[in-house]
Write a protein of this length. Structure first.
Length: 104
């Protein structure tokens, strides 16, 4: 068994209204910040999984993301490994989410 850390980033799907993103974008001018557009606000969930290997741990996170953390009708999610999380020797520190883990 080894310990693996992941983050699940959940955002509204394209075309879904994002009132928080619009509010942030609307406030940028008041702060004197220009050149920023298409702001989307989501959430990040970090978790630790004990599993035989990273593939098994990632499968658990994939299930949690798809069935619990994100609403598949209106939200997309991406899974990423968090650096320095594995207790196994020689394991990669982090890996970006692969295209198969992003759910439009």
């Amino acid at each position: 068994m080894s310990t693996h850390r992941f983050a699940v980033n959940v955002t509204p799907k394209p075309g879904i209204l994002d009132p928080q993103g619009r509010a942030v974008e609307g406030s940028l001018g008041h702060l004197g910040i220009g050149g920023v557009s298409a702001v989307r606000v989501g959430r990040r969930v970090e978790l630790t999984v004990d599993a035989a290997d990273e593939a098994d741990a990632r499968a658990v996170v994939e299930r949690l993301a798809g069935e619990l953390l994100a609403n598949p009708l209106i939200e997309a999610y991406a899974i990423e490994s968090i650096a320095g999380a594995s207790s196994t020797v020689g394991a990669p520190a982090s890996a970006p989410a692969s295209p198969g883990e992003r759910h439009p």
